[in-house]
Design a protein around this ligand. Structure first.
Ligand code: UDP
Length: 455
């Protein structure tokens, strides 16, 4: 306790990227550091940010981003990162220098800013921190394999591979086993040159002193070793952060609909397929119709998240007769309390877009998956889930009702699914050990706290 009070005088500034899949783990990290005695400031663009009232212990500082609205679709993601980096640099510099001035004027011995931890997409924060002689640490919200894949894109280009043209190829990528060209994080990203420009910045750590990753040694030992060979700074693997932090996430999109938990209560163990494509992925009406009939034809109970915007510009329409046919076998919500859903004994499988948070949440609860990735790191994650860890079924690129129904039954009813469940439960147990006293994530957190305290 005394130690915590002593450390409370040290303030860590975390710079957040305004998308759900980035924000959740950053807030988990903030919670963990706060519980270790650090004061917390969250600096965030005004765009797409929730009410900070859920975190009364943190100071939230909005900075101007020059963005009034943004269509958060895959082909716009590189543009969003670039606009935020251009527009937020100056406001961040002003905000940080005000904090430093205040610190000096008040001659506070306490609450000194000791370091900046920034989401890897907020790379302007490193430039500003460096100018102010403050140490900075990069926070990676995706996993080590996805980071390696991204950082290898320039090499592949130099070796003459056209990663966009090869994006349907089943050929293995040299030096990136087990990834195929079609698994590279280039899918739906639009212009490769723009992506490579972003990669050149985000894969270069510049003056940052360390990298924090939301991953676990037991899942990614080999990728982490390769990353460590590449970067000379310490890598802190603290995942799964949501298990280390045990805090409620805050939702950017829409409120949790908890009625689905009551619905789950009435279902048999391992009988329900949970379907959610995260906060950004979109599907067209044809895909949604095929998905719906696949769920109907599977004869299994399903919990399906159809968030506003899932169907792109227009609202998604369920096919005529679908709800009458499926009745109480299906539960459809706009946003689910995903971690509680995955922890529920009735859930036997997760049909996912394979965002890294969703993948980690599923593995942490021992739930096998149906993998239908859409873009960026999702394709890498899907390959690891299906091929490397053997806990997911790969769904065909073109969603067709017969294949959907077959995949659901393979996972929930057939022997293949039971085998995957056993494997993922074994991984869940390994993860539990990693976050326990003496485990790899637990030790890594202690080292990170020491590292920040040494600044
Ligand atoms: N999520 C949720 N309810 C939903 C859908 C998603 O709480 O109905 C959460 C999920 O638990 C995860 C995050 O939203 O923490 C999505 O992050 P992920 O990396 O999986 O995907 P992204 O949204 O970034 O594509």
């Amino acid at each position: 306790m005394e130690k915590q009070q002593a450390e409370r005088c040290r303030r860590v500034v975390l710079v957040a990227y305004p998308l759900q899949g980035h924000l959740n783990p950053l807030l988990d990290l903030a919670n963990i550091l706060h519980s270790r005695g650090f004061s917390i400031t969250i600096v965030h663009p005004k765009f797409n940010f929730p009410n900070p009232a859920n975190h009364p212990d943190f100071q939230f500082v909005p900075i101007s981003d020059g963005i009034s609205s943004w269509d958060v679709s895959p082909s716009n993601l590189v543009g969003l990162a670039s606009a935020i980096n251009t527009n937020c640099r100056e406001p961040f510099r002003e905000c940080l220098s005000q904090m430093m001035q205040q610190q000096q004027q008040e001659e506070k011995q306490h609450d000194q800013v000791v370091c900046i931890i920034y989401d890897f997409l907020m790379h302007f924060a490193e430039t500003v921190a460096n100018q102010m002689s403050l140490p900075s640490i990069i926070f990676r919200t995706s996993n080590a394999a996805a980071m390696l894949a991204l950082c290898n894109l320039p090499r592949l280009k130099a070796e003459g591979f056209n990663c966009l043209q090869d994006s349907t190829s089943n050929e293995l990528v040299p030096g990136l086993h087990p990834l195929r060209f079609k698994d590279l994080p280039t899918a739906s990203m639009g212009n490769l040159e723009n992506l490579l420009q972003l990669v050149a910045v985000v894969c270069n750590i510049r003056t940052s002193s360390a990298i924090i990753l939301n991953t676990v040694d037991c899942l990614e030992y080999s990728s982490l070793r390769q990353l460590q060979e590449h970067y000379s700074v310490p890598l802190f693997t603290l995942g799964p952060l949501h298990k280390m932090a045990l805090a409620k996430p805050i939702n950017l999109v829409i409120k949790d609909d908890n009625t689905c938990i009551e619905w789950l209560e009435k279902k048999a163990p391992n009988s329900v397929i949970y379907v959610s494509l995260g906060s950004i992925a979109r599907m067209d009406q044809n895909e949604l119709t095929e998905m719906a009939w696949g769920l109907a034809n599977s004869d299994q109970p399903f919990l399906w998240v159809i968030r506003p915007g899932l169907g792109g510009g227009s609202d998604a329409h369920l096919p005529e007769g679908f709800q009458e046919l499926t009745g109480n076998r299906g539960c459809i919500v706009k946003w689910a309390p995903q971690k509680d859903v995955l922890a529920h004994p009735a859930v036997g499988g997760f049909w996912s877009h394979c965002g890294w948070n969703s993948a980690l949440e599923s593995i942490s609860e021992g739930v096998p998956m149906i993998c239908k990735p859409y873009f960026v790191d999702q394709t890498v994650n899907a390959r690891y889930l299906t091929r490397e860890w053997g806990i997911g079924i790969e769904l065909d690129e073109v969603v067709q009702r017969t294949n959907v129904a077959k995949a659901i039954r393979r996972l929930l009813v057939e022997e293949e699914g039971s085998r995957m469940r056993q494997k993922v439960i074994a991984l869940k147990d390994q993860i539990k050990d990693c976050i326990k006293d003496g485990g790899s994530s637990y030790n890594s957190l202690n080292k990170l706290v020491q590292f920040i305290s040494s600044f």
